[in-house]
Design a protein around this ligand. Structure first.
Ligand code: G
Ligand code: MN
Length: 336
């Protein structure tokens, strides 16, 4: 019912669309308040799952919500006392084996839980409007700022992630320009990753913003390609450089002909549009298959996990030459 667009008087050529999130709880509770609370928890689930849907309450949702609330309380402390740090995951050229880039990933060193994974930490800061994934633009500590070089003199690029919320305003461009200026980082060496879902949510507003972003000299990658609704017509219009094929296809490619076929399609699409293709989340030796498809770049635990600044520096120094990188890759392949 709600999905159909509304025509407002005087604005008949601008149809208005609405979405609704619904939480449903049924059954017996000691009081109406408790039944409403459970419906509220289900509503919260519906919203975090992407809105525009209904969710029926399940008892397990209690613990999930409680856990999230506890983490959320700790988050304010984390922001205040600097428990955040960046980890850097190396990205490779699949043909030469050379490390071409690192992806900067925000991590949270929780006082009791240890390092909290990105998957857990990111939805929280995003929702609270505190997403700082893009804030600390810069090369790993120790790499000369402004001219990021790994040992041996080859250039290392850094990619950062921006959230859906950051993409909603032009503040993003200002933030990136300011970060580039204060760090002296070469815009050519910065790749901004934006998820397909974030882009497709409001393409008409996003296209000019991406163009402005591109004009700063940075490169743009579409993250999690294949997980959101995307249209080929739009892809052609987007000023992007890289298609980052989602981990879900890579992890299933060995067993699923469908995943294999989709990867092939994305890689071909990248070639047709002149875009780099990057396979993320490579955990098993899917390498030869990806090489056969002529996918350009790869990233995943098979090659390297996200590393702290000191460790990534050491990693880059050791793997500075192409031949070195080849042998290191073989080593890692044999000792994953
Ligand atoms: O899609 P996005 O750029 O957000 O992905 C980055 C996340 O993926 C990081 O949190 C990183 O730790 C994780 N990641 C990187 N490589 C692998 C991998 O091989 N396997 C899994 N499961 N996660 C990975
Ligand atoms: Mn990413």
């Amino acid at each position: 019912m709600l999905r159909a667009s509304f025509d407002l008087e005087g604005l008949s050529n601008v149809p208005l669309t609405l979405t609704a999130s619904i939480g449903i709880a049924t059954g017996t509770r000691p009081s109406a308040t408790e039944l409403l609370r459970d419906a509220d928890i289900a509503l919260y689930e519906a919203k975090t799952a992407g809105k525009d849907r209904f969710v029926v309450f399940e008892p397990e949702m209690h613990t999930v919500v409680q856990d999230r609330l506890l983490l959320e309380m700790d988050l304010h402390e984390a922001l205040a006392s600097g428990q955040y740090f960046l980890a850097y995951q190396p990205i490779f050229n699949l043909r030469s084996g050379e490390t071409t880039r690192v992806e900067a990933l925000l991590r949270w060193r929780h006082p009791h839980r240890g390092v909290v994974q990105a998957g857990r930490v990111h939805p929280l800061p995003r929702r609270l409007g505190h997403d700082r994934r893009c804030r600390p633009v810069g090369a790993p500590r120790g790499l000369p700022s402004g001219c990021p070089l790994a040992g041996g003199g080859h250039r290392i690029d850094v990619s950062v992630n921006v959230s859906t919320r950051q993409l909603e305003t032009d503040q993003l461009i200002e933030d990136i320009l300011r970060a580039l200026e204060s760090s002296g980082f070469d815009p050519q060496s910065l790749i901004v990753e934006i998820t397909e879902t974030a882009i497709m949510r409001n393409v008409s507003a996003v296209v000019p913003r991406l163009a402005a972003l591109k004009a700063t000299g940075v490169r743009i990658a579409i993250d999690d390609v294949g997980t959101g609704y995307s249209s080929l017509a739009y892809l052609q219009r987007l000023p992007v450089d890289t298609l980052k094929i989602d981990r879900s296809f890579i992890s299933t490619m060995a067993d699923s002909p469908e995943s294999g076929a989709l990867i092939r399609t994305f890689v071909q699409l990248g070639k047709t549009l002149g875009l780099e293709t990057l396979a993320e989340g490579i955990e098993e030796s899917a390498h030869s298959q990806l090489e056969r498809e002529q996918c350009d770049s790869g990233q995943g635990y098979l090659y390297a996990r996200p590393l702290e600044a000191d460790a990534v520096e050491a990693f880059l120094t050791v793997r500075s030459g192409t031949d070195m990188a080849r042998s290191a890759r073989t080593e890692i392949l044999h000792n994953p």
